[in-house]
Ligand binder design. Structure first.
Ligand code: CA
Ligand code: CA
Length: 255
């Protein structure tokens, strides 16, 4: 236990407390990219040192009575927490550096080929607008002002990656307009690039009507619902909906 406390305090990381088997890395670890700052080196050094402290604590745990092992395990978690914070700081620094390098090379985004505010999602330059909500036509204008249009999502793979992006980034709070409508000819859904929208699964939603107990495949809105959105309650599959209602939107970069 005493040794544990000492070791814990030593996340101040005095090297002398570590067993001889452990040794500190060099002050300037090899940098394959050649652009880490001294700040990065310090962070990497801290991570390496904390890893050594962690290994040492695990070693001590094997030889201690149960109550002392529990205190040591607490120390292990503290050490893990410190390492996580250092890794997060290092990642942040590298992201900033990559951005600086790319801007210096004439690019304005960390994502190749995509212009801000668009980001590469499933190989396409897309933007998920979740803060501003609007009607389908207003949202299409909003996309145009950003240099795009409501997204054409003909490819099921892109739809899959987009849905994954929405879920993983905490954006599954809205329904999102996309670039498809049957306003011209009822029942004939077209993308804003003029191509016809594929029908059925896996594009359109499929859900059970609790009142009738029957399964319903979108689109189901007839002349009332002429604009298409990715619908959160059916796992962001497509749903025809009333064009004038407010939703978020998925824009795609055009030029
Ligand atoms: Ca319709
Ligand atoms: Ca519908």
């Amino acid at each position: 236990m005493g040794l544990c406390v000492v070791v814990l305090l030593s996340l101040s990381l005095t090297v002398s407390l570590f067993p001889p088997a452990f040794s500190l890395p060099p002050e300037s670890p090899p940098d394959p990219h050649g652009h880490f700052s001294s700040c990065d080196e310090s962070l990497r050094h801290n991570i390496a040192v904390n890893q050594l402290a962690l290994l040492h604590l695990l070693n001590v745990t094997n030889a201690q009575p149960v109550c002392e092992q529990q205190q040591c395990l607490t120390s292990v978690w503290e050490a893990i927490s410190t390492i996580r914070q250092d890794v997060a700081a290092l990642k942040e620094t590298n992201i900033i550096q990559d951005t600086v390098v790319q801007v210096a090379n004439g690019r304005n985004s960390t994502e190749d080929e995509c212009r801000l505010p668009f980001a590469k999602i499933g190989g396409r330059c897309l933007m998920v607008e979740t803060i501003n909500t609007a009607s389908w036509h207003e949202m299409n204008n909003y996309c145009r002002q950003a240099g795009g249009r409501l997204a054409v999502l003909q490819d099921a793979n892109v739809l899959y990656f987009l849905t994954e992006f929405i879920q993983e980034n905490g954006l599954a709070t809205n329904n999102y307009w996309i670039g498809a409508t049957d306003e011209e000819v009822e029942g004939v859904f077209k993308w804003v690039d003029g191509n016809q929208v594929r029908m059925g699964s896996p594009y359109w939603g499929y859900w059970k009507d609790c009142k009738t107990g029957t399964w319903v495949q979108e689109p189901n809105g007839g002349t009332t619902e002429n604009c298409v959105a990715l619908w959160k309650s059916i796992f962001f599959h497509m749903n025809d909906y009333v064009c004038g209602r407010s939703c978020g939107g998925v824009c795609e970069q055009v030029s």
